[in-house]
Design a protein around this ligand. Sequence first.
Ligand SMILES: Nc1ncnc2c1ncn2[C@@H]1O[C@H](COP(=O)(O)OP(=O)(O)O)[C@@H](O)[C@H]1O
Ligand SMILES: Cc1cn([C@H]2C[C@H](O)[C@@H](COP(=O)(O)O)O2)c(=O)[nH]c1=O
Ligand SMILES: [Zn+2]
Length: 190
Amino acid sequence: MLFSEQNYRREEFGGSIEVICGSMFSGKTEELLRRLRRAQIAKLTVEIFKPKTDTRYDEMLIVSHDLNSIQSTPVETSSSILLLSPDTQVVGIDEAQFFDEDLPEVCNKLAQKGIRVIVAGLDMDFMGKPFGPVPALMAIAELVTKVNAVCVRCGCPAMYSFRTATSEAKILLGEKDSYEPRCRRCFHLP
Ligand SMILES: Nc1ncnc2c1ncn2[C@@H]1O[C@H](COP(=O)(O)OP(=O)(O)O)[C@@H](O)[C@H]1O
Ligand SMILES: Cc1cn([C@H]2C[C@H](O)[C@@H](COP(=O)(O)O)O2)c(=O)[nH]c1=O
Ligand SMILES: [Zn+2]
């Protein structure tokens, strides 16, 4: 049977890592919220984390660009995620690109304990380069879902986050004020 989120069966597979990646505006957070809400409906014990540095829409909530939201625990380091309550069955993590390099090992430890770990994050930065721990997480995940936005230039599927702001810093929080999703043909380096 094909392994996908739809036919994922906890009792058969035990713990696992799912990665949702893609450009900005590609629906990563919406997809993360959908999976976490289904877990909550199934009455599983769910804990949700984001990096403390992600204060873009809210300090505590994870908020999508469509302003759907879910409560989360902001943490400074990935190792803090391991302090979760022992009855946790599902862990959600957003903005994974901002976490330290230990995040893959932290997720591995959780999955080994039988926890379903769902991680969302940018796979590439504004230079089109692999971003933080996300590529390493993709390598060790059971399931990787790469989602696309719509290119603002031509309407094709977009996998790049083009920075319209002038900053060259790797980390620059923002949304439509500073970034636009673009396809391979319309993306170029700043
Ligand atoms: N160019 C675009 N392409 C796709 N979705 C867009 C675009 N601009 C705005 N959106 C909105 O962004 C939403 C996705 O938001 P979100 O899940 O927060 O994305 P991500 O977490 O990948 O940045 C879409 O449902 C759509 O309403
Ligand atoms: C490409 C890129 C993005 N960022 C920042 C901008 C946003 O605050 C987040 C991404 O949020 P989303 O949920 O995926 O829309 O990351 C950055 O700091 N550096 C970059 O290169
Ligand atoms: Zn395009």
